[in-house]
Ligand binder design. Structure first.
Ligand SMILES: [Zn+2]
Length: 101
């Protein structure tokens, strides 16, 4: 037999995010389906094992969808609701999402 040692392991390492903030920074594009496949896979993988980011993603998605629905009705965005959510997430995750002015 020839010595064919395929490096299956080293080729498996896909794109990886540094930390939760890094993941969260990409969730917008993730939700808009604008992330490259490797990054989407990395987000999926992270959400799989990180309850904080999963919770954030669920809240974020809810806010985005609510905003989209409100936009259809031509009503103003619920800025206070959105900012309250951001503050809660900032405190819980120790991050600093910008508030909506
Ligand atoms: Zn995380």
């Amino acid at each position: 037999m020839n010595d064919k040692n395929f490096n299956t392991d080293s080729n498996q390492s896909l794109f990886q995010f540094h930390d939760c903030n890094d993941v969260i920074a990409h969730l917008g594009d993730y939700l808009d389906k604008e992330l490259p496949a490797v990054q989407r896979a990395a987000v999926d993988e992270h959400l799989d094992e990180c309850p904080e980011c999963t919770a954030f993603y669920a809240s974020y998605k809810h806010v985005v969808q609510s905003a989209a629905e409100l936009r259809e009705d031509e009503q103003p965005l619920p800025v206070d609701v959105s900012n309250r959510l951001r503050r809660a997430l900032n405190e819980r995750l120790g991050i600093s999402l910008p508030y909506i002015a």
